[in-house]
Structure formats: C-alpha cells, structure tokens
Design a protein around this ligand. Structure first.
Ligand SMILES: [Zn+2]
Length: 58
C-alpha cells in the first residue's frame, strides 16, 4: 500500500500526467516521494510513527 509521508493517510491519488506525482486526498500533500509498504504490520507502524511525529509538532 501507498502511504502519505506527511499525514500517514492511504488516500493517495496517482497523477502520472503531472510527472509521476501523488496527491493526498486527506492533507493535500503533493509530491513524488511517498512511502510504499506491502507489509500491513510495517505500514501500520509507519503510520503510527508519522502520527506521533505530528503530535509532537503541535
Ligand atoms: Zn496526507
């Protein structure tokens, strides 16, 4: 699965016409870099880490 590096969401739109860019439907992140992880356990850990990091900033 593909994960947004900014908010940890899986709601990513692939926009190849913009040059292989992904856009997150949750936070509006747009960029080439996304996290791709097929193992659901690792994906969950990554998402948790992103959410922990978000909380620290706020
Ligand atoms: Zn996002």
């Amino acid at each position: 699965m593909k994960i947004c590096p900014k908010c940890g969401s899986e709601e990513l739109n692939y926009e190849p016409w913009l040059g292989e860019i992904y856009e997150c439907r949750d936070c509006g992140y747009r960029g080439v870099f996304i996290i791709e992880e097929d193992d659901p356990e690792i994906a969950a850990a990554i998402k948790k880490e992103i959410e922990t990091g978000k909380n620290k900033e706020e």
